[in-house]
Each structure stands twice: as C-alpha cells, then as structure tokens.
Design a protein around this ligand. Structure first.
Ligand code: A2P
Length: 278
C-alpha cells in the first residue's frame, strides 16, 4: 500500500501517483488503465496535456470506486486573456466534462506567468471553487516564493501543494524551505529527470546495485524519504509497476548523502520566472 501525505486542508494524497504528461490521448487510456490495475490511486493530468478524455475513460472503466481515487488536473494559463472569475469556472467545468467526473480532488494553476497578474484572479476563483465543493483541494504549479506569498496575502488561503520540477540533480532546496514555512506540500514533476541521463548516473547505479533495485526506484525512494509527492510517468507496464514498488526498501544515510551530492541546478523544463507562451 502507498502511504498518504496529509495536506494542510486535512485531505490526503498518495505519496506516489501516476503522471500522464506527454502521453497522447489515445495512449492515456491504456496507460492509466494499467496504472489503476497495478494499484496507483492518484492520477495527475492537465488540460494542456490533451489527454483528460482518455484518462477519464480509463477511470470510468477501471471499476475503482471514485472515493478511492485522487484525480488532479490543471488550469492552462493561456486558455483565456484576460482572466476573470467566470473564465476560471468555465475552464474548470470543461476539464470536469472531459474527465467525466463530478468533482476533482485537486485543481492546480499550471504556471504563474509572473509578468501578468492573472494568477491572482485565478487564485481568488480557486478559493470559490473549493468553497463550492466541486474541488476538494486547490494548489498551484511552478510558483516561486514571491507568487506564493502574493496569493496567500490576497486571500488568506494557502495552496495545499506546489507542483514543481524536482529531481536529484535539481533539488529545489530553497523553494522547499519556503514550502515548509508556508505549510505547502512539495510535489515533484519529472521526478525521474524525464528518464534522461539521470537514470544512468554512476552514483545512482551503485546505490541501485547495493539495494538490488533500479536507478528509477532509488530516485523515487529518495523522493519518498525526502517527503515529496512524486508522479512518475511511464507508458511501459513493467516500469509503471516498478515505479510504485518503492516501499519495501530504505536508503541509508550514506545513500542520501551521496544523492544530495548530485544536485547541480539541472533544470530541464521552463523557468517559471520567464516562461510564457501565447
Ligand atoms: P517510458 O514512458 O517510455 O516508459 P519523468 O516522470 O521524470 O518525466 O520521466 C518519464 C520518462 O522516464 C519517460 O521517458 C519514461 O519512459 C521513463 N521512465 C519511467 N519510469 C522508468 C523506469 N522505471 N526506468 C527507466 N525509465 C523510466
């Protein structure tokens, strides 16, 4: 069984979930179906991923009771310009429709776009969605300290989660300290460093050998022992299974120190300070 993390609003989320970024809609049905059959109970999608429909079909056909699932999706920031409360509600309903659900467990603002102030309007609307009960928990993604403080100052409501790029070679220590101060749980996207060079790292290979696990399992175990929520993505059934099987071994202090030495500010995705699109 996957342990839960308790969020600041009292709700709980499984510490390891299944991410579907970069999974095309037609493949998302198969991937989410295998994840649910293997035992994942948390699924992370987003409007911009274009796979809410396949994800929702997999949820519906899985037979897993809705109250045993934790479903996350995200508001894409350029879906409306400028943002209004009603536009946020409209996009929220559209995501629910595509997922074929009547409530969400977690709704996130996907990127802050700090050069605009729209994220403040969005967050006010999110607090209303939460009050309406259509979404159990509200949070953000890719927010920096300054934007976290701004939305809390505006509304008095802190996001329960900030989902950010985080892997051993991009360890986000400063932001995690801010999360701890503000009572925000840290959720890692690209927890495996997108499966690129990181998983071939010799330090991780040595630790993996020692525990008779894969390097991916060592990385996910590091997330778990670091208190992160992680949402690894895979379309490969044996990897989907392997990525959930990280609760039967423990990294020791030497392992953790060696992994801490890998931090190299190696950001793979967009920089939230400047990332924008139209
Ligand atoms: P695939 O989907 O082809 O199985 P992240 O979650 O950090 O973005 O990483 C996702 C990438 O890592 C995907 O390319 C995925 O490949 C790969 N991956 C996922 N799990 C594993 C694993 N256990 N071992 C090796 N590669 C993995």
């Amino acid at each position: 069984p996957v342990p839960n993390v308790t969020l600041s609003d009292g709700n709980t989320i499984p510490q390891v979930g299944f991410g579907v970024w970069q999974v095309p809609d037609d493949e998302s049905f198969t991937a989410v179906t295998s994840a649910l059959s293997i035992g994942y109970r948390s699924i992370d999608t987003a409007a911009i991923y274009g796979n809410e429909v396949g994800t929702g079909r997999a949820i519906a056909s899985s037979g897993v009771p809705r109250d045993e699932l934790f479903v996350t999706t995200k508001l894409w920031n350029s879906a409306s310009t400028p943002w209004t409360r009603d536009a946020v509600f409209f996009e929220f309903e559209a995501s629910l429709d595509r997922l074929d659900l009547d409530y969400l467990d977690l709704y996130l603002i996907h990127w802050p776009r700090p050069m605009r102030e729209d994220y403040r309007t969005m967050w006010r609307a999110f607090t209303e969605l939460k009050a309406d009960g259509r979404v159990r928990s509200i949070g953000v993604s890719n927010f920096q300290a300054e934007q976290l403080r701004t939305i809390i100052d505006d509304t008095g409501v802190a996001p329960v989660i900030n989902q950010v790029e985080l892997h051993p070679d991009f360890a986000q220590s400063e932001l995690k300290a801010v999360h701890a101060e503000l009572g925000i749980a840290t959720e890692a996207w690209s927890p495996l460093g997108q499966g690129q060079g990181l998983l071939d790292d010799p330090v991780l290979a040595r630790i993996a050998e020692k525990h008779q696990r894969s390097t991916a399992q060592v990385v996910l175990r590091w997330h778990v022992q670091s208190g992160h929520i992680a949402i690894p993505k895979s379309v490969t059934p044996h990897r989907i299974r392997q990525n959930l099987d990280v609760f039967g071994f423990e990294l020791d202090a030497d392992d953790l120190a060696a992994i801490a030495g890998l931090d190299a500010a190696n950001r793979l995705g967009g920089d939230p300070a400047t990332f924008d699109w139209n």
